[in-house]
Design a protein around this ligand. Structure first.
Ligand code: ADP
Ligand code: MG
Length: 596
């Protein structure tokens, strides 16, 4: 028998690699813009047509390529950025794999126009399906101009997998934000279907944040405070939102050495710094930048993954926690600062006689965020400073491991509500405590998910339709969600390019503010960072359920409590909500016994 193993042709190998690197227009754009940044561009223009499927074009004024390099750039593993494995640990560039251009040209028609400053004349190159079809000298400005046309033209499965143009555009915008927020010194222009969507001049980090998110809330830059920690291990700087802005648009960004990253563990550090300052369902906004020796992190995990490993995560966690705490503490003593400049030195000293405004925060001084995630937070504003003077060497929070099934409830048993909050129920398993808001959220969540998949949510017409103004990103999300929103009972009409009229809301929403609810739904979907329908449905159902559920702190009648428990029982609930919050817990006979 003859041998059956052979090497794949480059075009096939590249197409396989493309599946990894280029999943959708947004990932293609990311690679192109990162190349422009690596080339030292100070102005980057991005043109998008039809959500990127027809055209993605990136024009930069970077260092350009020679005619030979321009050809080479599209070969697999062709890179100018590293030459040996050890370079991987000294990376200061965004790219290094030499995979992106090879992958892109395997699944699209690509055209390049590029010139180096030292060359009189540039080069024009056309590539389709990994093959150079044409190269000729061409007049062009210094820099590189890449057009990627008909993405996935030869991969029908991928093309089918793409979502609506609006959704793809929303992904592009999200990717754009991740890039521009960490490159404020670079000027960016984004054009979608011949319309300028974003025009960002070179600026400071704070101005850049304002330029992007300022229109969602006019007060935005007065709502964030700067954080700063310079240590031998890591330098951390950036901005965190004041606790009171936590309800609105929660924007959470981490960057390390110029690249966006997700880091659930560091996210926990930020949340820990806020603990006791936010109501449980509110999220803080943050823009936090880490600078660290390249050899102290590992970015070589996966071409598209945004998780980054730090050598000393525990230490960075503690530094971050301390930095955020300090920033929040500073804001507490000087609540009305004008944060239009970035320097710390300008924080005015408050004279001792000046009245110190107490923050509108609810803090329990005895609350220990490290003890248990389900511990009770009694509202109190006394001794709130103690939160910030504690040393930050606590052990990390311990997870609870005991899981309970929802117990049988004897109908004749006496039940009560304690502190207008927990429902206390004796059961055979022990003394059960139920959180009414979360229990109701869990019930509504299931109902809403079913309505979303069956398209049959009941609707209630608004007597006075409300107009909602939307940011570009929110607008794109809303458009992508429009069908789902109408399946659960929202009635929406476009009012102007940036505004919609809400004519109807889901039946169970009652008197809850329609605009706020819709925004929460939109933001919760954006926070998933996903484009999978199921994840969207879950995010929408959760945001809505949370709004519709019995408010925390509401006194309940016996019949209401029993009804809630009955519905909960029918629902076979898990002990926790999907965001980790405890719905019910049980004090077992053993635990009670131990106390005597
Ligand atoms: P990588 O960025 O990992 O090196 P790419 O496939 O993205 O791999 O790019 C290959 C090479 O092409 C880069 O190393 C760089 O030398 C060159 N290149 C790509 N885009 C540009 C650009 N916009 N300006 C100048 N050079 C570029
Ligand atoms: Mg690259």
């Amino acid at each position: 028998m003859s041998d059956i193993i052979h090497l794949l042709p480059d075009s096939v190998a590249n197409q396989i690699a493309a599946g990894e690197v280029i999943q959708r227009p947004a990932s293609c754009l990311k690679e192109l813009v990162e190349n422009s940044l690596d080339a030292g561009a100070t102005h980057i223009r991005i043109l998008v047509k039809d959500g990127g499927r027809t055209l993605l074009q990136v024009i930069d004024n970077g260092k350009g390529m020679s005619p030979t390099d321009a050809r080479m750039a599209f070969e697999r593993h062709a890179t100018s950025k590293i030459t040996q494995a050890s370079d991987l640990f000294q990376l200061r560039t965004m790219g290094f794999r030499g995979e992106a251009l090879a992958s892109i040209c395997a699944v699209a028609h690509v055209e390049v126009l590029t010139r180096r400053p030292e060359d009189e004349i540039g080069t024009h190159l056309e590539i389709a399906g990994s093959t150079v079809t044409n190269q000729e000298p061409a007049q062009c400005p210094i820099g590189t101009n890449i057009r990627v046309k008909s993405l996935f033209y030869n991969v029908p499965a991928r093309r089918k997998f793409l979502k609506t143009d609006q959704t793809e555009m929303r992904n592009i915008l999200a990717e754009y934000h991740r890039i521009v927020l960490v490159n404020p010194q670079v000027q960016f222009t984004l054009v979608n279907n011949d319309e300028i969507v974003s025009e960002l001049p070179a600026s400071s980090t704070k101005q850049r944040i304002e330029a992007i998110f300022g229109h969602t809330s006019k007060l935005f830059t007065t709502q964030i405070v700067d954080i700063l920690a310079n240590t031998e291990l890591v330098n951390i700087y950036g901005f965190v939102g004041k606790p009171e802005m936590a309800t609105k648009n929660s924007q959470q960004y981490f960057f390390v050495n110029g690249r966006y990253m997700r880091h659930p563990y560091f996210h926990k550090a930020v949340l820990t710094a806020y603990s006791g300052l936010l109501s449980p369902d509110h999220n803080p906004s943050y823009f936090i930048y880490f600078d660290i020796q390249p050899d102290a992190i590992d970015v070589n995990i996966h071409p598209t993954k945004t998780e980054i490993k730090f050598a000393d995560e525990q230490a960075v966690f503690q530094i971050l926690l301390a930095a955020v705490r300090e920033a929040l503490g500073k804001f507490n003593i000087s609540p009305s600062l004008d944060f239009t400049s970035e320097t710390h030195l300008e924080i005015p000293q408050i004279p001792p006689s000046a009245p110190i405004a107490m923050p509108r925060l609810q803090v329990d001084p005895s609350y220990n965020p490290f003890k248990s995630s389900s511990s009770h937070r009694a509202p109190s504003t006394a001794q709130w400073e103690t939160l910030y003077t504690q040393p930050v060497t606590h052990p990390l929070p311990e997870e609870e491991h005991v899981l309970f099934h929802f117990p049988e409830i004897d109908e004749s048993v006496q039940i009560m509500q304690w502190q207008n909050k927990y429902i206390i129920v004796p059961t055979t398993q022990g003394l059960m405590m139920v959180h009414p808001h979360r229990a109701h959220t869990a019930i509504l969540y299931k109902e809403l998910l079913a309505q979303l998949s069956q398209h049959k949510g009941a609707s209630q017409q608004l007597l006075f339709p409300e107009v909602i103004d939307l940011s570009t990103e929110d607008l794109h999300t809303l458009q992508a969600l429009q069908d789902d929103l109408s399946s659960i009972g929202f009635g929406l009409d476009q009012f102007s390019p940036n505004a919609y009229t809400i004519t109807a809301v889901p039946m169970q929403l009652g008197q809850v503010n329609p605009c706020e609810t819709l925004l929460q739904v939109i933001h919760q979907v954006q926070d998933t960072g996903s484009t999978a329908t199921q994840q969207w449905h879950e995010a929408m159902a959760f945001a809505l359920a949370d709004k519709m559920a019995i408010p925390t702190g509401k006194m309940l009648h016996d019949a209401e409590m029993r009804d809630l428990l009955k519905r909960l029982n029918e629902n076979h609930p898990a002990q926790y909500l999907s965001n980790g919050q405890t719905i019910f817990t049980i004090l077992t006979p053993d635990e009670i016994q131990k106390r005597f």
